[in-house]
Write a protein that binds this ligand. Structure first.
Ligand code: FRU
Length: 487
């Protein structure tokens, strides 16, 4: 089925209709990627939560599936995760294996419950002994269980958001859970409640003998670009407690844009593949209920690979890049140059003749002198619209400016300029994904990322490359259209 509404993402997942927020239950099983998501099937605003469902063979093309989990007498179905119970630890699978979902029941208090599927995620049975972790009268925000199998201690571990902390629980069977420890007192960004944690181990610089654990924690308010956003901690996890290597005052943002929230990574990606792949809700609670779409509201970020690498400054950081499956929808080359000097005075701009609204742009640009430069995309003079992705040498920062990126004014929180500092560089490498209503910018091999929604008119398809005062050398610049995933 084609989806052709004005702002409908063409290569990002969105629900057929009605509201979507967090990705949930992301798991790979028997050749299929499952994406569940917070869904209100009754309208285009947040409301009673169900788990919507979609299945993909490649994380590119998604098939919309019927609702997986519905509210019941314990409450509505909030965020959570899913795992493959390979060894039937739960006893649900008659000695075989199957999928178990672990989620929050939001009713009288927030409690954690489970459900299982014996038919590759098509239908779900809630466990009759729910909840498996009762609510705690002292903790109002007590939710979003993310479960993983911890190899060394051979047990299931759950990371659970509790107020402004993460609590860890352990289990042998996904049913009986024991409290292990908590993390978070005074750590990282504390501007809002902590939500949607994730916990995983990654090699550093690809060395399987040298690993660290990443604890990803989203915060409901007070994130780097305002409102909700995703932070992470790097440290050790021994199966019981997480100890961060960061100084308590350090904050690591996963994304410097406004629209990357409730990020979650796939469970059970086969070890031959070995990637840690993350999807977030591309939105922000500041205005999520207002964004100007009609049939549906909310979309997923493009899946990204999360890696730990030593940065130029010598610290270990999360690096991100779009999954390589993107190549399968990368089509017509719209523009390509190499080794060309561009001066501020050059008229017309080199992208004058290019028209594109769904595309990727890759570039490597050398500053031989202090100079500010950038791209304008989804631009139309007639509509007075443009979204600027620029590097400011004077400010030593990369930015996305979306003050003229929307057709209709819908929220005072939307317009803005989102920045990340990139210092002491003379080459900027950039990979930009542009869709009907979003842009994702990966800079310096994915060390810095900015994800922002935009709502330009369908007519805004122009591009521009600008240089302010001086010149740059474009080592390479390539623009290719991306094909719709809906067919
Ligand atoms: C995050 C969140 C979760 C909660 C869900 C409810 O966006 O607030 O903490 O489980 O959304 O829809």
């Amino acid at each position: 089925k084609y989806y052709t509404e004005e702002y409908r993402p063409q290569f990002h997942f969105s629900p057929e209709k009605n509201w979507m927020n967090d990705p949930n239950g992301m798991v790979y099983y028997e050749g299929e990627y499952h994406l569940f998501y917070q869904h209100n099937p009754h309208g285009t605003e947040w409301g009673p939560m169900y788990w919507g469902h979609a299945i993909s063979k490649d994380m590119i093309e998604w098939e919309h599936r019927p609702i997986a989990l519905e509210p019941d007498e314990l409450g509505t179905i909030f965020s959570g995760s899913a795992v493959v119970d390979w060894n039937d630890t739960s006893g649900f699978f008659d000695g075989g294996h199957g999928l178990v979902a672990i989620f929050t029941h939001n009713g009288e208090g927030q409690k954690q419950s489970i459900a299982y599927s014996k038919d590759k995620g098509r239908t779900w049975e809630k466990y009759e002994g729910n909840p498996v972790i009762p609510s705690d009268p002292d903790i109002r925000d007590f939710r979003d269980p993310k479960v993983l199998w911890h190899d060394k201690t051979e047990k299931w571990v759950m990371a659970l958001a509790a107020g402004k902390k993460i609590m860890f629980y352990g289990s042998d069977n996904l049913i009986d859970w024991e409290f292990l420890s908590e993390f978070g007192e005074g750590a990282g960004a504390q501007g809002g409640v902590w939500e949607c944690p994730d916990l995983f181990e990654l090699p550093i610089d690809g060395d399987p003998n040298n690993t660290k654990w990443v604890l990803q924690v989203d915060i409901g308010d007070g994130a780097i670009a305002g409102g909700s956003g995703a932070q992470y901690f790097i440290g050790e996890f021994d199966g019981t407690s997480f100890v961060s290597d960061d100084n308590p005052e350090d904050i690591n943002w996963l994304d410097y844009g406004a629209d990357f929230y409730a990020a979650q990574s796939f469970s059970d990606i086969p070890s031959e593949d070995g990637r840690r792949i993350m999807i977030a809700w591309m939105n922000n609670w500041l205005y999520a209920n207002r964004i100007p779409t009609e049939e549906w509201r909310g979309a997923a970020s493009f899946p990204r690979v999360i890696e730990l690498k030593t940065s130029k400054k010598g610290d270990i950081k999360v690096f991100q890049k779009p999954i390589k499956e993107l190549d399968t929808i990368t089509k017509t080359e719209l523009f390509k140059i190499e080794n060309q000097v561009v001066k501020a005075s050059d008229i017309p701009n080199i992208l004058e003749d290019v028209e594109a609204d769904v595309f990727q742009l890759t570039a490597e640009i050398v500053m031989e002198e202090p100079v500010n430069f950038g791209f304008k995309v989804r631009k139309s003079e007639e509509e007075g619209e443009e979204t600027v992705i620029g590097y400011s040498h004077s400010e030593q920062e990369l930015f996305v400016k979306r003050t003229q990126s929307d057709d209709d004014y819908f929220s005072p929180y939307f317009n803005g300029r989102h920045t990340v500092s990139i210092e002491d560089e003379n080459i900027i490498k950039i990979h930009i994904l542009v869709d009907k209503s979003s842009i994702e910018v990966f800079a310096q091999n994915g060390e810095f990322v900015i994800t922002d929604l935009i709502f330009p008119s369908g007519k805004s398809k122009g591009l521009e490359f600008y240089v302010e005062n001086g010149e740059v050398l474009i080592n390479s610049l390539e623009i290719k259209s991306l094909q719709s995933i809906w067919k």
